[in-house]
Design a protein around this ligand. Sequence first.
Ligand code: HEM
Ligand code: MTE
Length: 467
Amino acid sequence: PGPIKEYSKAEVAKHNTVKDGIWVTYKGNVYDVTQFVEQHPGGDKIMLAAGGALEPFWSLYAVHNSEEVKEILQEMHIGSLKYDMNEDVIDIDDPFARDPQRHPALMINSLKPFNAEPPPELVVDSYITPNELFFVRNHLPVPVVDPKTFRLEIEFSSGKTKKFSLDDLKKFKEHTITASLQCAGNRRSEMSKYKPVKGLSWNFTAISNARWTGVLLRDVLQSAGVTLTNDEIKHVQFEGLDKDPTGAPYGASIAIEKALGPFGDVLLAYKMNGEELPGDHGFPLRVIVPGVVGARNVKWLSKIILSDIESQSHWQQNDYKGFSPSVDWDSVDFKKSVAVQDYPCQSAICQPKNGSEVHRSEETVVVKGYSWSGGGRDTIRVDVSGDGGKTWKVATLQKEHQTPYRAWAWSLWEVELPIPADGKKMEIICKSVDDSYNVQPDSVQGIWNLRGLLNNSWHHIAVDVKE
Ligand code: HEM
Ligand code: MTE
């Protein structure tokens, strides 16, 4: 054999289609896997790594941790990866330069600030979303925080304050809850197809599910003597350590009833899926307000203010509010609308992909997705249609047991639909029902709003039926 060929990351990245060849890297080596892609037992998910590293994917799918897989890979070896000394250079003028590393599979909506969602085909593979794939919604650069000097400050209605280190907080009883977070802008891209809206163009996976560990906000507040009989306290305001160019922190608030109520389960979380909170998800502390829209789940939490008014932050007052379809940017008055808190019921189809192909000879197609409702309401049913809504089949739900009124986590679901005997397209729709018997609206028309929030209309996809 001749000398080992060396390739730069940029050269490898160009090889990400069957036409140009599909290359991947693993532990400093480069492999041409073009011929293997069709035979991959895990299907076309392998394409997520095309032109890049295998490690972040193989850490999610442990089946690759075997000699057999390493041997398959070895046969496709074509060279090694060239070290690029420019890779580690940090631009000190860029406020986002110290943002954390991210998983390459995330579908990016905006790089700075970082906003991204996981690919739908990976979402339905795990009831608990791996930390690396959990959707990220940042409004500002990620603050870098030293956990040793970190203090959470609580400002009481008297104006007095009290500071807690992480160790002080950890003296309270530890709780773990499984809760899904969903951005109010999830599925905005579908809403803007009906009529343009303003905001990041989220697809349908700005939602994820994790186990959060921390202490109950209720326990911490009660230890300081705060009770529901304190009439002057109506809202609990949260501030993050991320600040906008005017120095104003990200902020939001929730009602005191949610914070102190026996079934509120509001958590000051320092762990996500058993690991320390990742930088993008609020290290070292965030609030988890289960059942409530993502925006109130303040990350990098540094201050809690007990107040008779809501947070006066931009995000509580002039964003994350719903409007009638009749309201436009000339007539909108944010003061007249109520801030979104509990999420309505939601569901979407993650598999098959919109626009993909099925073969009539296969007779059936397996459809998978997620469903969730806010306010502690559980999904009780998901109906799925393979003929544009003429007939429906009830999906099988995969979920853990949840206590009534405290169902904070999503359900994944699955159903096998018959492929129709004729026609070139199959229109697949899903819709869910929660335990208050709320249902999703059938179209965007009646819920359209200028900010494109809370699109929970029936989710439609179409697949091509091949002979
Ligand atoms: C399964 C090889 C890349 C996702 C497998 C299996 C092999 C394999 C041999 C079967 C393992 C078993 O059942 O014991 C490879 C090779 C790759 C590669 C050689 C790279 C060249 C990827 C990537 C993904 C992926 C990038 C991305 C998500 C999967 C999944 C399965 C699987 C989900 C499991 C399928 C099942 O549960 O039946 N792969 N793989 N693979 N692979 Fe890969
Ligand atoms: N908290 C801070 N401090 N800064 C933010 O930008 N974004 C909010 C919320 N908390 C945000 C924040 C929004 S809009 C959402 S949807 C969730 O965080 C997203 O949480 P995640 O990035 O952990 O998925």
